[in-house]
Design a protein around this ligand. Structure first.
Ligand code: PGA
Length: 249
């Protein structure tokens, strides 16, 4: 399976910075063929970046969306709109959305369904807090999040879903899960997918890791058997660092 490296720019970059990043980045990664590379910038940059990555090996993704297509939802953006502006992916259920904006598994499930209807590939984020890990609840939390978020998602639809394991204690903290800590959870997620769906779906679903991934630790993480890529925050804001990570997969 082709690994996936996605940049989660969060609420960073203006148009000028984004243009200079993409011009630099696309040169650095132009020979990479066996990795899917996705940039998920703020909504304000999508249209500009779409023009810059035309005919390249770089794809575009949103960081969030509403589950309705249109209407009176001030401040929201729909899957239809993301598709219209050229997105192929959308990050859903990021821990910052869950923690700061109170998103629940039920809401994320609705968003996944809407994304799939518009032929957007959801990158579903799941992960435990430090407190939950310390209390040996990681497995239970991951199981609940995965089961609830994938409720009523068919086997066929699942072919388009990417799962991102992002331990919350490793996000933006500089604290990375060790390759074996991450691998343990990724392996568990794959087993869960076998139980919910079947072995074929489980084997073909990309399970990517996120949480302080950077050039210094990416190679080891990406070499683990059940880690099929990365969701990169901080290190994706620098074209050189992100290009290096993409080249390691
Ligand atoms: P980080 O963020 O790489 O800055 O830890 C990852 C993420 O939140 O997706």
């Amino acid at each position: 399976m082709k690994s996936l490296i996605a940049a989660n720019w969060k609420m960073n970059m203006d148009i000028k910075e984004a243009v200079s990043f993409i011009k630099d980045f696309k040169e650095r990664v132009k020979d990479i063929k066996d990795v899917e590379m996705v940039i998920c910038p703020p909504f304000t940059l999508l249209n500009e970046i779409k023009g810059l990555i035309k005919n390249t090996n770089i794809k575009l993704g949103g960081q969030n969306m509403h589950f309705e297509d249109s209407g009176a939802f001030t401040g929201e953006v729909s899957g239809l709109m993301l598709k219209d502006v050229g997105c192929e992916y959308v990050i859903l259920g990021h821990s910052e959305r869950r923690q700061i904006f109170n998103e629940t598994d039920e809401l994320i499930n609705k968003k996944i369904k809407a994304a799939l209807q518009h032929k957007l590939n959801p990158i579903l984020c799941i992960g435990e807090t430090l407190d939950q890990r310390d209390n040996n609840k990681t497995i239970k939390i991951i199981e609940n999040q995965l089961m609830n978020c994938l409720n009523n998602i068919s086997e066929d639809e699942m072919k388009h879903v990417v799962v991102a394991y992002e331990p919350i204690w490793a996000i933006g903290t500089g604290k990375t899960a060790t390759p074996s800590q991450a691998e343990d959870v990724h392996k568990f997620i794959r087993e869960l997918l076998t139980n919910i769906y079947n072995e074929n779906i489980a084997e073909n679903t990309r399970i990517i890791y996120g949480g302080s991934m950077k050039p210094e630790n990416a190679k080891e993480l990406l070499s683990m058997p059940n880690i099929n890529g990365g969701l990169v925050g901080g290190a994706s804001l620098d074209a050189k660092s992100f290009g290096e990570i993409c080249g390691m997969s």
